[in-house]
Ligand binder design. Structure first.
Ligand SMILES: [Ca+2]
Ligand SMILES: [Ca+2]
Length: 239
């Protein structure tokens, strides 16, 4: 049985990105629907919900008792034991999930226990990726979300540059990768964007593979491998 050594509170309720590790610093990004600051709302206590809506006084909330703003989809997501009611534990789960906050958080390693107040260096909250992991390359953090590309200072989380990837908008599921002073980012539409790696990054080229692409490219020995839905490409400088 493993032992929980340390933890940080106040993150997204679902994490998909690979963390970045740089010396004694760890960068963790998490984004999920409903977790952006503007979307978050106060969730009342379960006792208050029961007082207002538990018409048959059975201590649980049925779909017909809940206000119509709680959709069938919401019910399906939150009725964890599928018994057709929301009970105290399930409402607690919903409260915790609703309190979750999307952010990229920088954490100093080496703490023990709850290090939320002692080891969190900074948080960043704008245009965070969902599945696309951030990239740390030559002392700069890069990330891409829906065609918005961001460079950050890993020391303090301040933004260097955030702008749209002209000619390559749309969703990005894959993670950016880097080599040779270049960053490569591939959109769902199959646009391969090549950027100059720098705090004030710029687009060098947009190549269109014309095919759905979800996989992160791989780089090895001067070659870059890109897998689209149907094809595995290998690009290299021809000698
Ligand atoms: Ca009830
Ligand atoms: Ca239930």
């Amino acid at each position: 049985m493993g032992e929980k050594l340390w933890w940080v509170r106040g993150m997204a309720w679902q994490l998909k990105c690979v963390p970045l590790i740089d010396g004694d610093r760890i960068f963790v990004n998490g984004w999920e629907t409903g977790g952006d600051q503007a979307q978050r709302s106060e969730v009342p206590e379960f006792t208050q919900m029961l007082a207002e809506h538990d018409k048959d006084h059975d201590g649980k909330l049925s779909p017909s008792e809940l206000p119509t703003s709680f959709t069938a989809e919401w019910f399906g997501d939150n009725d964890l034991n599928h018994d057709g009611y929301i009970d105290q534990r399930e409402w607690g789960f919903y409260q915790v999930r609703n309190a979750a906050e999307n952010c990229l958080v920088a954490i100093r390693a080496g703490g023990r226990g709850d290090v939320t107040h002692s080891h969190v260096l900074w948080r960043y909250r704008k245009a965070l990726p969902n599945t696309s992991s951030p990239l740390l390359y030559q002392g700069v953090i890069y990330m891409v979300r829906d065609g918005i590309f961001t460079s950050l200072n890993p020391e303090n989380g301040t933004m260097y540059k955030q702008a749209r990837l002209a000619g390559a908008l749309g969703h990005y599921w894959s993670s950016p990768v880097a080599a040779d002073g270049r960053i490569f980012a591939v959109s769902e539409d199959g646009k391969v964007v090549v950027l100059r790696a720098a705090p004030e990054w710029e687009i060098l080229a947009v190549n269109n593979l014309n095919e759905d692409t979800f996989a992160t490219p791989a780089i090895l020995d001067g070659r870059i491998y890109v897998r689209t839905r149907e094809t595995l490409y290998c690009f290299a400088k021809l000698r």
